[in-house]
Every structure is written in C-alpha cells, then in structure tokens.
Design a binder for this molecule. Structure first.
Ligand code: F6R
Length: 248
C-alpha cells in the first residue's frame, strides 16, 4: 500500500486531483468509482478547475458512486445523487447519462443492488475508485463487521456513522438508517484505489487501516490486500502512524 502525506487539506486535494487527472488523460473513457462526504469536496473542486481550464475532459468518463441512502429521493439535498450533481457533475463536461448512483428509492432494493453490480461489470469494471474513510474505519457504507468479499447490498448504518453524518441533517432522527453500498469485495475488484483522509478525527482509523492487522473491525484495513491502493492524507490524519511515509 502506498501512503502520501500532504501538508494540509488543500495539498491533499491537489495531490489526489493530479492522480485523477493523469489517469483520465491517459484513458479518456475511464470508469471512476466515486465517493461523497466532506473529504473529497476539495478534490472535486480541483477537477472542476482543471476541466474549466481545458486540462482534463470528462466527456467519455463513466462513474459509479459507492453508496446512497435508502429512502431519499435523488432530489433530496442530502442524497448522494444531489451531492454529486452539486459538487462535480453540474460543473464539468460529463454526460450525466454516464453517471450512476444507486437508487435508494427502488421498489426492489435487492434487484437494484444486483443491477448495479451488473452495470459495473458491463462497463468493464472500475478503473479508479475514490474512497473516504469513516472514523470507525468504514469505506463506502461497508461498516465494521462487513465481510471482505461483500458485494453491493443494503446495509444498516452503525450508530457512530449516524452520529458522524447527523451534522448534515436537521436532527439525528432524520439520518436514514440504511444505505445501498458497494461491498468490500466490489471495492477490492477496482483496478486502482485512492483513499483520501484529513483531520485528526480520522487518525485512528487511518492508522488501523494502514498499520493494523487486516480485520473486519476496520474495513479499510482490507485495502492492504489490494495491489494498487494509495492513501493520500493530510498531516493530521497521519498523526498516529508509526512508520515513515512519502511526503508531498
Ligand atoms: C460516502 C462514503 C463514506 C465517506 C466517509 C467519510 O460516499 O463512502 O464512506 O467517505 O463516511 O466521510 P467524510 O468525508 O464526510 O468524513
């Protein structure tokens, strides 16, 4: 696993942005796996800046998001479809028909999950998967306890995730209790993974993911078994690491 420690959030976002832009330039029809949350917002701003400057085009890019809350309309301002449109898709030259976010309002959620996996396969698989990390070590909404071979499915959110995400809702009671999420098995199949993390609140999870034994207690630790996974993190998120790592 590769680890790049950046000075601060802006440097982390620029570094991750460079990695994404280089990959898209090398393969214009790249299949991206995308994440929501506060952490990738700076990276998305970088990609928008580069797109507007004519440095990178999303015209042929296809995307699959990691997850979506069950029960939220795509137009709900806390849905992940809404987030992706607002933070990236509305501002770059991507064809929205080529962007997929699981449908958390599907009548048959199990069929939606199976169709999502099929669509990824039909697209040739994910070339580059972006991840954030939860303070409990989750990736996507693959929460602690998730199996290392899990596929896209409906998952129950843990109390710690509900608490972390309640900052974005009017009250904790408004946070959905379930989500559709890619599983660890799905994520590990992508050809390349970039995980971004900032802030001290992520330092424990980052240290367990990078330096701990791979365990279902910290789903991100399974990335140690991926052949091309890079953590791009700021100094605060790296503050509990014991080893020496590349600095950018
Ligand atoms: C969201 C997702 C989650 C977040 C994680 C960190 O699509 O997959 O795993 O990446 O909860 O969220 P932030 O970045 O808000 O701290």
């Amino acid at each position: 696993m590769k680890v790049i420690v950046c000075k601060d959030y802006d440097a982390m976002s620029r570094k991750a942005g460079e990695i994404f832009a280089e990959r898209i330039k090398a393969k214009p029809g790249l299949v991206l796996g995308l994440a929501t949350g506060s952490t990738p917002e700076g990276l998305y701003a970088e990609l928008i800046r580069m797109n507007k400057a004519g440095d990178v085009s999303f015209k042929e890019v296809r995307t699959f998001n990691l997850d979506e809350y069950v029960g939220l309309e795509p137009g709900h301002d806390q849905s992940y479809r809404y987030f992706m449109n607002a933070k990236l898709f509305d501002h770059v030259d991507i064809d929205k028909a080529n962007t997929r976010v699981p449908n958390g309002k599907a009548d048959d959620l199990a069929s939606e999950c199976a169709a999502y996996e099929e669509a990824m396969k039909a697209a040739g698989g994910v070339d580059l998967q972006l991840l954030g990390i939860g303070s409990n070590g989750h990736v996507g909404f693959a929460e602690p306890g998730s199996p290392s071979d899990g596929r896209t499915s409906v998952v129950d959110l843990t109390e710690s995730t509900i608490k972390d995400n309640s900052r974005l809702f009017a009250s904790t009671g408004d946070v959905p209790r379930q989500a559709i999420s890619m599983g660890i098995g799905t994520i590990l199949e992508s050809r390349q993974v970039v995980l971004v993390a900032n802030k001290e609140s992520k330092a424990d999870a980052v240290a367990r993911a990078i330096e701990g034994e791979p365990t279902t207690d910290c789903p991100a630790s399974f990335l140690q078994g991926h052949p091309d996974a890079t953590f791009v993190i700021d100094e605060a998120a790296a503050s509990k690491l014991k080893g020496e790592y590349e600095r950018a």
